[in-house]
Design a protein around this ligand. Structure first.
Ligand code: PGA
Length: 258
């Protein structure tokens, strides 16, 4: 079965809730019926914008899924400043990013924590977008492959095959995030194929064929068509370009340029 592409906009710590509403409305005008039929789309605003964005999506019937950028692995408790998966579920969040490299690097998130989040997201009936990716030093030292296999293996420990089949993995080389440097389509394809092969080893071939794998790292309307034509790339996780309705729509419309 063909995998439906998923184009996700990771807004990071940008846009207050007024700005968020404006961007969603602009985006909805920029997208055609064909666009929303051809690809799944998710947007991942900051937590403080979620309720406002959800209200606009619902009241205007905009076929974009709501996403979050992170969550805590516990359902509730004394975790000052954290957000529970159940709170996100209540807001009709569909996708939750976990293990983004910025969270790993700046907030010390480990594979074990990412794994706990993946399970918690499933438990709350949402879909994880689990990110993995190597640094430039790791790539240059020939450690990319081992690092990616380790992140995928440890991130998915104890996760069931049918869950993995329904989830999303984002390959984001750290050296390409927010730098304007996109991995070549061949490099991106090579690592996305490695992620799929790893899942084939850990589970089975039908699970590997079902999981959606995104590429992320400076994706732009100009680079999206070639990236998306690769056999193991099923979507993109887009940061900077998702803050402009025009650019995000341009990425979503990659097939018009193919
Ligand atoms: P970028 O971010 O598109 O700005 O490189 C991608 C990401 O971090 O998800």
């Amino acid at each position: 079965m063909a995998r439906k592409p998923l184009m996700s906009g990771n807004w990071k710590m940008n846009l207050n809730h007024y700005e968020a509403i404006q961007l969603v409305q602009k985006l909805s005008y920029a997208l055609s019926k064909d666009d929303v039929e051809a690809v799944d789309i998710s947007i991942h605003p900051p937590f403080t914008d979620l309720r406002s964005v959800q209200t606009v999506l619902e009241s205007e019937n905009i076929p974009i899924s709501l996403g979050a950028q992170n969550c805590h692995a516990e359902e509730k408790g004394a975790f000052t400043g954290e957000i529970s998966p159940l709170m996100l579920e209540k807001l009709y969040v569909t996708y939750v990013i976990c293990g983004h490299s910025e969270r790993r690097q700046m907030f010390g998130e480990t594979n074990a924590e990412v794994n706990a989040k993946v399970k918690a997201i499933f438990k709350a009936n949402m879909i994880p977008i689990m990110a993995c990716g190597e640094t430039l030093e790791q790539r240059e030292a020939g450690q990319m492959e081992a690092h990616i296999v380790e992140q995928v293996t440890e991130g998915l420990a104890g996760v069931k095959a049918d869950q993995v089949a329904s989830m999303v993995i984002a390959y984001e080389p750290i050296w390409a995030i927010g730098t304007g440097v996109t991995a070549t389509a061949e490099d991106a394809q090579e690592v996305c194929a490695l992620v799929r092969a790893t899942i084939g080893e850990l589970y089975d071939s039908s699970t590997a064929e079902s999981v959606r794998i995104q590429y992320g790292g400076s994706v732009k309307p100009s680079s999206a068509p070639e990236l998306m034509s690769q056999p193991d790339i099923d979507g993109a996780l887009i940061g900077g370009a998702s803050l402009s309705a025009e650019d995000f729509a341009g990425c979503i419309q990659y097939r018009l340029a193919q």
